[in-house]
Design a protein around this ligand. Structure first.
Ligand code: BES
Ligand code: ZN
Ligand code: MN
Length: 482
């Protein structure tokens, strides 16, 4: 991770490999007007151009990044990341984006760390080829540099961006290297002493009647695990329960996926990655919010012992569920966790899951769905996602779904809707059967959790760390509004 500092230096005198210079419209081009025009820099959103600084600045390169006249924090976060990526092999950058306040400084600092992320653990250094240098330091140029609120903002940004990058690392790790026991180890090591961790193995899961997760994990020779993290500050103002889907690989089980759809299914633990990384970040920030997080970890595989379509599972709350499609496994691992989460008597429950392809059909690959049982809490989560800069949008749990959930001919509930419409809504209606009266929001991050295209803004290829920033922002907001 690059070290991020603040400096009152002027853009022209700051020493660095590259100067990232924000340009807000034509009037802001100053002495660089002719150069920028020749390079075809129109100031259009997203544009960056790189050129040698010459006499214009002490830095070797200038990376001009287009900004709107009045950029939001998210505009600055993205522009910073674009600048950092355009600076390619620079090991130090100075960033002159003229933040208007401390929130903007924080967004820029996040942009540096999020934008310079790379996952290279599996790249072997080729003989003779020098490894691409990584960004080591970034100085944000601002007159607020000496204010303690600005320094604190940079520290907060480091914690949050590191959490996002940790979730990205876990998602990017190949599925054979993060089978349930391995993932538990990664998560436990990350939690360190900041939060308490307890792990249920398959024997304990059986004793605790967790039929859903055991049913999903049965086909794998690496049995399921439930990880519970708890962070308990001295005088918490609220208690937040988090639940994350942690399927380390989703082959579909006996309802096996076609090869192409299976290719990215190491992403299916992104929800668990988000809740664990966010919980540790909330603890490291010392927010006065008690957090209990559940990561439901299993591998969904076909085998002679796997759950079959037609089988009936008995869930922790006693409800029986007829399985129709073993590829709709997420709702089965999450549902009992909701019962446990409710047992902890939190004020709010949020679950995060790569639950349905239908959500990607509905909202595209950059927007998560928000569903739940409480409109006001849904609005709070939506507001948190907006200020964190993560795109989310509400979807309803349409009434028609409730009847279908209850329409199994042999069990209490059916797990899968035979009609291929509104799959995200049906999955949420199924989960709702296991949630009590506690305000609950369900985030379906199937689209944004993994970027199959090329990198853009601060979003890298592969795991994106989707959900982490919204959860931390939500906890921050609950801490100030309770
Ligand atoms: N993990 C998938 C959902 C998913 C799809 C996540 C694409 C990310 C990208 C989930 O377990 C799944 O397979 N869902 C099925 C549900 C269906 C069988 C009702 C789906 O979306 O096709
Ligand atoms: Zn899945
Ligand atoms: Mn599936």
């Amino acid at each position: 991770m690059p070290s991020v500092s603040l400096s009152t230096a002027k853009p022209t005198t700051a020493r660095a490999d590259a100067l990232i210079l924000g340009i807000r419209g034509d009037d802001d081009k100053g002495d660089l007007g002719e150069t920028l025009d020749l390079l075809g820099f129109t100031g259009e959103k997203g544009q960056t151009v790189t050129f040698p600084a010459g006499e214009a600045a002490k830095a070797s390169l200038i990376v001009a990044v287009a900004l709107p006249e009045e950029p939001t924090a998210e505009d600055l976060r993205r522009a910073t990341a674009r600048g950092v990526r355009a600076a390619k092999t620079a090991t130090s950058v100075a960033i002159a984006l003229h933040p208007a306040g401390v929130d903007e400084v924080e967004a820029i600092a996040e942009g540096v760390t999020l934008g310079s992320y790379r996952f290279e653990s599996y790249k072997t250094k080729k003989k003779g080829a020098a490894k691409k240098p990584t960004l080591k330091s970034a100085a944000i140029l601002t007159p607020f540099a000496r204010q303690s609120t600005a320094t604190k903002a940079v520290e907060r940004a480091a914690v949050v961006a590191a959490a996002v990058n940790t979730a990205r690392d876990w998602v990017n790790t190949p599925p054979g290297d993060k089978r349930p026991a391995d993932l538990v180890e990664l998560m436990t090591a990350h939690a360190g002493t900041d939060v308490k961790v307890s792990v249920w193995d398959e024997r304990r899961l059986a004793k605790e009647r967790c039929g859903g997760i055991l049913g999903v994990g049965r086909g794998s020779d690496s049995p399921p695990r439930l990880v519970t993290l708890s962070y308990e500050p001295a005088d918490p103002v609220a208690h937040l329960a988090l639940v994350g889907k942690g399927i380390t690989f989703d082959s579909g089980g006996l309802s096996i996926k076609p090869g192409a759809s299976m290719q990215t299914m190491k992403l299916d633990m992104a929800g668990a990655a988000a809740v664990v990384a966010a919980t540790v970040a909330i603890a490291r920030l010392g927010l006065p919010i008690k957090v209990t997080a559940f990561a439901c970890i299993a591998e969904n595989m076909p085998s002679g012992g796997a759950t079959r379509p037609g089988d009936v599972l008995t869930m922790r709350n006693g409800a029986t569920v007829e399985v129709h499609n073993t590829d709709a496994e997420g709702r089965l691992v999450l549902a009992p966790r909701h019962a446990l989460a409710a047992q902890a008597k939190p004020d709010h429950i949020v679950d995060v899951a790569t639950l349905t392809g239908a959500c990607v059909v509905a909202l595209g690959s950059h927007t998560s769905g928000i569903l739940g049982n409480d409109e006001a809490f849904g609005d709070t989560v939506l507001a948190a996602s907006k200020s964190a800069g993560e795109s989310m949008w509400p979807l309803p749990i349409a009434e028609e779904m409730q009847g279908i959930v209850k329409s199994s001919s042999i069990a209490d509930l059916r797990q899968h809707n035979p009609k291929p419409y509104g799959g995200t809504l049906f999955a949420a209606a199924f989960l709702r059967e296991f949630v009590s009266e506690i305000p609950w929001a369900h985030l379906d991050i199937a689209g944004p959790s993994f970027n199959e295209g090329s990198a853009f803004d601060y979003t890298p290829v592969g795991g994106t760390g989707s959900g982490v920033r919204t959860l931390v922002k939500l906890a921050t907001e609950l801490a100030t509004t309770q």
